[in-house]
Design a binder for this molecule. Structure first.
Ligand code: FES
Length: 364
């Protein structure tokens, strides 16, 4: 046996030939073994992208498709798909002896990863000097062609206008006007399959949630999120957005990378019926897990109560009610003050064991 040969018995031919593509781990080496057209082939089972298990993907013609984000490699040569041949994973030599498949664990080719410019959102986070920057996110859904009066939007506008009058810079994102895909559960494949920026953002240039990521991670010092109450919960667009923010929280888990530092969050919640406490509780929990701080009394809310069905009166009430709009202005002021205090202190340079219940996560 040559010095460069390290043969290992993978198992019986009869057994291994039952599966067209499989992931096999031998010590620290992961292999994608294929059985195609009566022949075995083996390439590395580790994808060049972020290490997805190639052998757990599927075969598409002559290509192994990664289980995580669908990069493709030739099943026998390990080369990338046409146009991306330089993006290559190692291939391995096989032999059949005594009804068994053997693999030489010394790879026959090397891995090649051409340089890809990182996504712009992946740049280091650096706060430009300046006045506090307040982001408003409206999560109410409505017919864009026939917009109606939204009580949560109205209070958000009051809050943002007040922030500007106090010298802050403001920006408004209306989720209803963005086209973005639902979270497709990359995290459910593996924590490492849920990437920063979001896998969807990296793969789909048409997806517009990058605007939220850009403003939230790189631009704002504070965010005020408004939501209506729909059957006792925040709006469906709110949940559609926060599911896509798993990638922000997941960075804490898989990379000890806290993307949110020294930022403040506050909330405006309005609805016809009730359940304000539960809606606020969910919002506070989620944004605390992202790493946000809160002003004292971090939300304002209004509902007419469980048995109220007079929604036209509810709209009129919010339009007229000075107290509620004063409340939005005060929330805005508290949020700016908290944001400014965090900017001035710049205290949180590193947080140990934040999030994930304080556990150290073994994710390798
Ligand atoms: S495509 Fe393989 S890890 Fe992303």
């Amino acid at each position: 046996m040559a010095a460069s040969e390290k043969w290992h018995d993978l198992g019986e031919v009869d057994l291994l030939s039952n599966t067209p593509l499989q992931q096999i781990t031998i010590g620290r080496t992961r292999i994608a073994l294929t059985y195609k057209d009566g022949r075995f082939s083996a390439i590395s089972g580790v994808c060049n992208h972020v290490g997805g298990p190639l052998g757990s993907g599927h075969l598409e013609g002559d290509y192994v498709v990664c289980a995580w984000h669908h990069y493709k490699y030739h099943y026998a040569t390990g080369k990338g798909e046409p146009g991306y041949e330089d993006d290559r994973v190692p291939r391995y030599e096989l032999k059949l002896e005594g009804g068994h498949v053997f693999i030489n664990l010394e790879a026959q080719t090397t891995r090649s990863k051409p340089h890809h410019d990182p996504h712009p959102l992946a740049r280091p986070i650096h706060r430009e000097p300046g006045v506090p920057r307040i982001l408003g996110i409206s999560t109410t859904a409505m017919d864009a062609a026939y917009p109606r009066y939204s009580t949560s939007d109205a209070l958000l506008m009051t809050a943002l206008q007040h922030a500007e009058s106090l010298g802050a810079q403001t920006r408004l994102i209306t989720l209803n006007s963005l086209r973005f895909r639902h979270c497709e559960g990359y995290y459910s494949k593996s924590a490492h399959a849920c990437t920063w920026p979001c896998s969807i953002t990296q793969m789909d240039p048409e997806d517009q949630l990058d605007q939220v990521y850009e403003a939230l991670i790189h631009w704002c010092d504070a965010v005020i999120i408004s939501t209506p109450i729909r059957w006792g919960s925040a709006s469906s667009l709110y949940f559609k957005m926060i599911e896509r923010m798993n990638c922000v929280q997941n960075q804490v888990t898989i990379a000890n990378n806290t993307l949110i530092r020294n930022k403040t969050a506050a909330f405006i919640i309005t609805g016809g019926q009730d359940n304000i406490q539960a809606v606020a509780g969910q919002m506070l929990m989620f944004f605390s897990e992202l790493g946000f701080d809160f002003p004292q009394f971090p939300f304002i809310a209004h509902s007419r109560g469980w048995s109220a069905e007079d929604m036209e009166n509810n709209v009129a009430f919010v339009q007229r009610n000075r107290e509620l709009h004063d409340g939005a202005r005060e929330l805005s002021k508290r949020t700016i003050e908290k944001a400014q205090a965090l900017i001035d202190s710049n205290a949180l340079t590193r947080i140990e064991r934040g999030g994930r219940k304080g556990h150290h996560m073994e994710t390798e």
